[in-house]
Design a protein around this ligand. Structure first.
Ligand code: ADP
Ligand code: MG
Length: 246
């Protein structure tokens, strides 16, 4: 059997004396959607920060395709195949939609290559166009980013993450602030993206999570209290007590 795409063992993270994440062990297979749920402050964003290299774990090991990630700097994560969107929007409001993605493509490339010629610029444009097409924003390419609807801005952030061609995509609350129509479109986008990559998402909308996820992890006070498919999670007594029953 091949190594799981990502395997974490006994991951923990402290902030001073405060334990935000403790003893989390899980592994993730390819082309599945896993939701991470839990009350506010449960450690979900901290977990994503650790998985995407934004924060080093205080304890534990992480392996991506069998490779130990210890000591790997954050920018290497994207090159290895792990990308994320942020809970807080991360786009340049005055640039066009296309420019936003091209800047990301250039930043991703320029760590190793110096781009000077026309062909290289065309390649960046092609890369940006492909990422915009993947999220259904081709028709908005020339719009100034700040004029996009909220849902389209979130889709743009995902396009920015896609320029790295990630095998693992982490989405922190992709439907935050969305109404039912935009949420529906985001669900369809996530389903489409999941056909070609592994997705981890933090979400609060329970109906969406149950319909979309192959698997659900439940964090509570930084600990993983449940890990299973939607049916298992819905009938888990501890989950019902700390989360669903709120
Ligand atoms: P969630 O995303 O589940 O709402 P977070 O992971 O953001 O939770 O936060 C978990 C806990 O860790 C919270 O109590 C939060 O205040 C704390 N925390 C998160 N990031 C930091 C930080 N950089 N410094 C200190 N405490 C933090
Ligand atoms: Mg959070």
């Amino acid at each position: 059997m091949s190594a799981p795409l990502l395997a974490v063992e006994n991951i923990g993270r402290r902030f001073g004396g405060f334990v935000a994440l403790e003893g989390v062990t899980a592994s993730f297979a390819s082309n599945k959607v896993t939701a991470v749920i839990g009350p506010n402050g449960a450690g979900k964003s901290t977990f994503f920060n650790v998985l995407s290299g934004v924060l080093p774990p205080s304890t534990g090991t992480m392996r991506f395709k069998g490779r130990d990630l210890a000591g790997t700097p954050q920018h290497r994560f994207a090159h290895l195949g792990i990308a994320r969107s942020y809970q807080i929007t991360n786009i340049f409001p005055e640039l066009s939609v296309h420019e936003n993605v091209r800047v990301a493509a250039q930043a991703f490339r320029s760590r190793y290559d110096i781009w000077r010629d026309r062909a290289a610029l065309t390649e960046l444009d092609d890369k940006a166009a492909a990422a915009l097409a993947a999220v259904g924003l081709t028709h908005r390419g020339s719009a100034t980013a700040k004029f996009l609807a909220h849902g389209q801005q979130r889709a743009l952030e995902i396009a920015i993450a896609l320029v790295a061609d990630p095998e693992l995509l982490l989405l922190d609350e992709p439907t935050a602030g969305m109404g039912p129509e935009e949420t529906k479109e985001m669900i369809a986008l996530i389903e489409k993206l999941a056909a070609e990559r592994t997705i981890l998402l933090v979400e609060h909308k329970m109906k969406m999570i149950l319909g979309l996820s192959d698997r659900i992890l439940v964090l509570h006070h930084g600990r993983l209290i449940a890990d299973g498919n939607p049916q298992q999670i819905q009938s888990d007594p501890e989950v019902r007590r700390v989360y669903l029953g709120q």
